[in-house]
Structure formats: structure tokens, C-alpha cells
Design a binder for this molecule. Structure first.
Ligand SMILES: [Zn+2]
Length: 120
């Protein structure tokens, strides 16, 4: 049985699902942070005999995916920028949120536990 994670991403008309590219498809974990998409995702997942898992999206755009440092100041919401005040990793804030949700999905698949921060 496949395992999909409820998180973010764009709807892909070709595949009929949500995904962020070849990497996301190859490990069959998809990320969707908007709760209103949940019901649609669960419906689509059920059509493909996949299970959905809801993860907590809080702090995902404030958490550094490299070192695990969490701070509101890591994110510049107006400019959609993220810079970790500890390790200086930089990227788009939405990308950071998707990376953290994706990591949570993979960790859940491997360990059965959803961890809010990356393991160091
Ligand atoms: Zn960091």
C-alpha cells in the first residue's frame, strides 16, 4: 500500500495529483499545507489505494530544514524569503515549508512518528 502525506504543491493535470517534481514522485510522498485540499486529496488517494496522513503545518516556514533552528525571524513573510539565523541557509519561505512537510512525511513513513524538527 502506498503512503501519501497531506501537504502542499500544485495540482498536476497530467498525473491527476499533487506533486513538486520528479523527486517527490519517486518517493511517493506529496506535500499539501492547505487544509481545504485535504478532502480532495483523501478522495484522490482512495482512488489509488493510497493512505493520507495529516501533518501539523505550524512553524514549517520558520524551521530551518538544515539545522532545525526555529525562529519567527528566520522568515520574511512579505518578501517570501527564509534565512536561518543560525546556519544562514537561504531559500523561498514556501519552499522551506514544503521541504519540512516533505521531511515529516518521509520520517513518518520510516519511523511511524512525525517529528516537527529535523533530526541533527
Ligand atoms: Zn539553519
Amino acid at each position: 500500500m502506498a503512503l501519501d502525506v497531506v501537504c502542499g504543491g500544485r495540482f498536476d493535470r497530467n498525473s491527476g495529483g499533487y506533486g513538486a517534481g520528479p523527486a517527490a514522485r519517486s518517493i511517493s510522498v506529496r506535500v499539501v499545507p492547505f487544509s481545504q485540499r485535504r478532502q480532495m486529496l483523501e478522495y484522490k488517494a482512495a482512488l489509488h489505494q493510497a493512505r493520507t496522513v495529516a501533518v501539523d503545518p505550524r512553524y514549517t516556514s520558520q524551521t530551518c530544514p538544515k539545522c532545525g533552528h526555529v525562529a519567527r525571524g528566520n522568515r520574511d513573510k512579505r518578501r517570501h524569503r527564509f534565512e536561518c539565523h543560525q546556519c544562514h541557509y537561504r531559500s523561498n519561505d514556501d519552499r522551506i515549508g514544503a521541504m519540512n512537510l516533505h521531511r515529516q512525511g518521509i520520517e513518518y513513513r520510516v519511523t511511524g512518528v512525525i517529528a516537527a524538527r529535523p533530526r541533527s
